[in-house]
Design a protein around this ligand. Structure first.
Ligand code: ZN
Length: 454
């Protein structure tokens, strides 16, 4: 008798080449996938501490949200259909007045929403009180790459949100020493560089040096707005990616979130440095414009996908994949009559292996393979919108959504089973987040209804 921690019995498995292994068994032990095999070939001596029925389910790798902001969960309903500048009028008052316990309450809700949507890893580009986000990720079982937002200049930034270079570095280092590698390496702490407009060259240089010394990454917003490009050209005579490169920041450990307003030369520069771009199709299409994704793919740049947080959308990577596919088709495909200007499975790759590479964990996550960490999502596929189908992987990307997520395993721990959390009362966490919204709503001057109901 050979005992494993989890045995998933008789499921369909999405393999790294996007073919399907039918009626298969996945064995998980000590947080790692130890076997993926057709059921007919499995030695019958295996038993699982936990056995999950796989009939009618498709196993896919956990999705990776490579750019998000957990703190902004409590900004739901506050930023859409608002006039400029949302950053100065809403975001800055919100971030400068939110309390640690409010961040924690919002981050707990955020993590549970992620898990229920099949997202097992998130890369948070930072906000305030990020220790609370680390704690929420640890408590809920999520994998996370967390940064603290650092800013040392900027017209609309209150002094309370700006740090000197030394203080900015020291605060991130404190977070790093407290949480980097915590919870069996599930938590990684990176440096955050909010954006070029709010960063002095001295801070950019210090982050570049210290991130290398600590062997960790840098997560920044890059080429998001025209304003940023204009500022960079006017003040530095360089385009944004060139500015980051000038300070040695571009490398395999660099995420450039958004990466919309890049020149062809900047795209090649990112590729040459092995840096990653992370698109956020919902916020990009709403506020920034079209990315040059097909061009980036042909140039061999690593691309991940991000929700940019819950303030502007449901945390739904399936929606992101479809939106990016359709937006690229509308922008580049139709005019040259190319129906596959961005293939469907290429966007799925961005949501899995692309994100894994972006967070420097491609050896551990991003695909279902023996020896990789067991971040596994089981989708219920016996539904009217997913079966029957001649091509299950493509249909999954075209038609699946969070409501199809049935079971979620992260780092070998089953955190969601039959759509129920094994350790949390979902409603209690939702109510606590509601109380936190009320608190930060008052202190940040958000327009909440006079009778706020949860
Ligand atoms: Zn962002």
């Amino acid at each position: 008798m050979t005992k494993v921690d989890i045995l998933i019995d008789g499921c369909e498995v999405l393999q790294p080449d996007f073919s399907i292994l039918h009626d298969a068994v996945i064995l998980i032990k000590d947080g790692v996938i130890v076997k993926i095999v057709e059921k007919s070939e499995l030695d019958s001596s295996y038993t699982g501490e936990l056995t999950i029925e796989g009939d009618g389910k498709l196993a896919i790798p956990g999705l990776i949200d490579a750019h998000t902001h957990a703190t902004q969960t409590l900004l739901r309903g506050s930023v859409v259909d608002e006039m400029p500048m949302i950053w100065a009028r809403i975001l800055v008052p919100f971030e400068s007045s939110i309390k640690p316990e409010e961040v924690y309450a919002g981050a707990m809700l955020f993590c549970l929403e992620n898990i229920k949507a099949g997202i097992t890893t998130f890369a948070d580009a930072g906000g305030t009180h990020m220790a609370e986000v680390c704690k929420a990720a640890i408590t809920t079982g999520m994998r996370a790459i967390i940064t603290r937002s650092t800013m040392d200049q900027g017209e609309f930034i209150p002094d309370s949100m700006k740090d000197s270079v030394d203080v900015a570095i020291a605060k991130t280092e404190a977070l790093y020493h407290a949480f980097h590698g915590a919870a069996n390496e599930r938590i990684q702490v990176w440096f955050g560089l909010r954006q070029l407009l709010t960063t002095t060259p001295a801070l950019a240089e210090a982050i570049s040096i210290r991130s290398k010394e600590l062997n960790t990454g840098v997560h920044a917003h890059l080429a998001e707005h025209f304003d940023e490009v204009s500022y960079s050209l006017t003040n530095y005579k360089m385009r944004p990616a060139e500015w980051f490169d000038h300070y040695g920041l571009l490398g395999p450990n660099f995420i450039g979130a958004h990466s919309i307003k890049l020149s062809d030369g900047e795209i090649e520069l990112l590729r040459d440095r092995d840096a990653s771009a992370v698109h956020c199709p919902v916020s990009n299409l709403r506020s920034h414009g079209f990315s040059k994704t097909p061009f980036m793919v042909t140039r061999g740049l690593t691309i991940g996908l991000g929700t940019d947080g819950a303030s502007g959308m449901r945390l739904d990577m399936f929606e992101l994949m479809r939106l990016l596919k359709n937006a690229m088709q509308a922008r580049y495909g139709i005019e040259i009559n190319d129906p596959i200007v961005l293939p469907l499975m290429a966007v799925f790759k961005m949501a899995t292996m692309g994100g894994a590479r972006a967070v420097m964990q491609e050896k551990h996550i991003g695909s279902l393979e023996i020896g990789k960490k067991a971040d596994v999502v089981l989708l219920a596929i016996k539904s009217l919108h997913l079966s029957p189908t001649a091509d299950l992987p493509k249909t999954m990307v075209l038609a699946a959504g969070p409501s199809d997520v049935n079971d979620v395993i992260i780092d070998g721990q089953c955190v969601l089973k039959d759509r129920h959390f094994l350790q949390f009362d979902e409603d209690e966490i939702r109510v606590k987040a509601g109380e936190a919204l009320l608190g930060v709503g008052k202190s940040a001057g958000l327009r909440l209804p006079s009778v706020y109901t949860q």
